[in-house]
Ligand binder design. Structure first.
Ligand code: GLN
Length: 491
């Protein structure tokens, strides 16, 4: 009998529709596994067992009465949500002490859209504080361990969502990606993670880190599920002026097991010095498999890639310093009780509430925006951003999509990079360019290291051409399986 915890969204939908299992059974089974396993992994910050069971029973009742549209594949499917998105009536901590005690008064638009489809909201997943980090070690509450090897990081900042999906403790999850926070943990945990183009998905109710970069996206067990979730959350939202009124990517158009005649680019700057040779080999062999399946592989150049890390860490910190000014002890969550007067109250609240990485970024961001330095840093970074975007535009004139590594290494040991923020930042070199350019990207498993750690392949596509990367990813899944290399995500 199938272990229902391992189901994908589309298989769960079929079983729910066929009456082979109920949403309540699915939720109960996941809750049991979470209770058994999550003590070791630490993916969840908050499990809403009672609420999830209630939602599941309501969907089961509606289905029994014939009130669930059969084309709605998400109804009754339990999904985990990163603790950076507001879910009405639930805590939303962003893994920060400063939001302790805060309860969301409203649903983020993406959450509301999932709710309308009848998705069951299982709980909230761990992350780096406010999304700042690459390993989920910057959470104020717990580290999320990689389900493939418990002494290794899950990646970040959406490490809890990726680990929950990889360990079958959620059927799928939502994450957010500012500079790689969906793609990199998906790669470290062996899941599919998709960062939509900037403007594809509403940011309303997503706690802002860097508003010109943040996007919400799915972390799933396969590409079809990523397409399903993206379809449900994408589209114009009156509450986010940067969201666009576009048709969601066409699932039928994208989900074709066919690579024939399409040109895929390998950006030469993405095979950086010092990168793990096993990662490089896995990505290059993925390209060869695509070529054997009929794609044309060409080398392309994205010459301004080397400026991406510097530009990203200026722009992201500048925006963060402004966005995080709202956490002042007055409006949200935690307030220091060690204050004599109001200024003291602000200072002590922020000093006690924020963790060290968040403080580092606020200080850096305030510095690069300060008068006299603005032109030297912020303006220069914006110019580099434009050059990076035009590199991609040129490459996409010739290529349908690009293939690249997600990160220079597979998951590293917990604690290995904690004391060296710069080393941690450098690990983002291959994900931040797509964020700066606003294009879409996906991470998909493409192999394992000799230590059995997952390796991710990054598929990048032109802005608003999510169909391209879904198609390449979907076809690649089959190509990999035929080559006998997809040992599966399950652990
Ligand atoms: N690791 C990057 C950072 O620390 C990206 C994080 C993210 O995408 N939220 O900023």
């Amino acid at each position: 009998m199938t272990d229902i915890n391992t189901l994908t969204v589309s298989r769960a939908a079929r079983m729910l529709q066929g009456g082979e299992c109920s949403s309540e059974e699915l939720v109960s089974s996941l809750v049991r596994l979470i209770q058994e396993r999550d003590g070791q992994i630490g993916a969840y910050l908050h499990l809403d067992e009672a609420g999830a069971l209630e939602q599941a029973r309501a969907i089961d009742r509606a289905r029994a009465k014939g009130n669930v549209d059969p084309s709605n594949l998400l109804a009754g499917v339990p999904i985990a949500v990163k603790d950076i998105l507001n879910v009405k009536g639930q805590p939303c901590t962003c893994a920060s002490r400063i939001l302790r005690g805060y309860v969301s008064p409203y649903d983020a638009t993406d959450v509301a859209r999932l709710r309308e489809c009848g998705v069951v909201l299982l709980g909230r997943t761990n992350m780096d504080e406010f999304g700042m980090g690459s390993s989920t070690e910057n959470s104020a509450f717990q580290v999320t361990h990689n389900p493939h090897s418990l002494d290794r990081v899950s990646g970040g900042s959406s490490g809890g969502s990726a680990a929950a999906v990889a360990a079958d403790m959620a059927i799928a999850a939502l994450g957010s990606d500012t500079g790689g926070s969906i793609r990199q943990p998906a790669s470290f945990c062996g899941c599919v993670g998709m960062k939509p183009s900037y403007g594809r998905v509403s940011r309303f109710g997503l706690t802002a880190f860097a508003s010109s970069l943040d996007q919400v996206g799915p972390i799933t067990k396969n590409v079809e599920d990523a397409a399903l979730l993206l379809e449900a959350i994408s589209g114009r939202d009156e509450m986010d002026s940067t969201s666009l009124d576009l048709e969601p990517p066409c699932r039928e158009g994208a989900l074709r097991r066919d690579l024939k005649g399409i040109r895929l680019g390998l950006p030469k700057e993405y095979f950086v010095k010092g990168m793990n040779p096993e990662v490089e080999a896995a990505v290059k062999s993925a390209a060869s498999l695509c070529s054997a399946a009929g794609a044309e592989i060409v080398e392309v150049s994205l010459p301004h890639t080397e400026y991406a890390i510097a530009a990203y860490y200026i722009i992201a910190t500048a925006e963060a310093s402004a966005n995080l000014a709202r956490f002042d002890g007055v409006r949200y969550g935690f307030r220091s009780d060690r204050a004599e007067d109001v200024l003291d109250m602000y200072e002590n609240t922020r000093a006690e509430g924020f963790g060290p990485e968040v403080k580092r970024r606020i200080i850096l961001g305030t510095y690069v925006l300060s008068s006299g330095y603005y032109e030297a840093y912020y303006l220069a970074a914006q110019k580099a951003r434009t050059l990076i975007r035009s590199d991609f535009e040129k490459a996409f004139k010739e290529c349908y999509a690009l293939l690249a590594p997600v990160a220079p290494t597979a998951a590293y040991k917990i604690g290995e990079k904690c004391d060296d923020p710069l080393e941690m930042y450098l690990g983002d070199a291959l994900t931040v360019p797509a964020s700066l350019a606003g294009i879409c990207g996906m991470s998909i498993p493409c192999g394992q290291t000799t230590d059995d750690l997952p390796i991710g392949l990054q598929i990048l596509g032109p802005a608003f051409r999510e169909e391209n990367i879904l198609r390449v990813g979907y076809a690649f899944e089959e190509v990999l399986e035929r080559a006998g290399k997809s040992e599966g995500r399950g652990v």
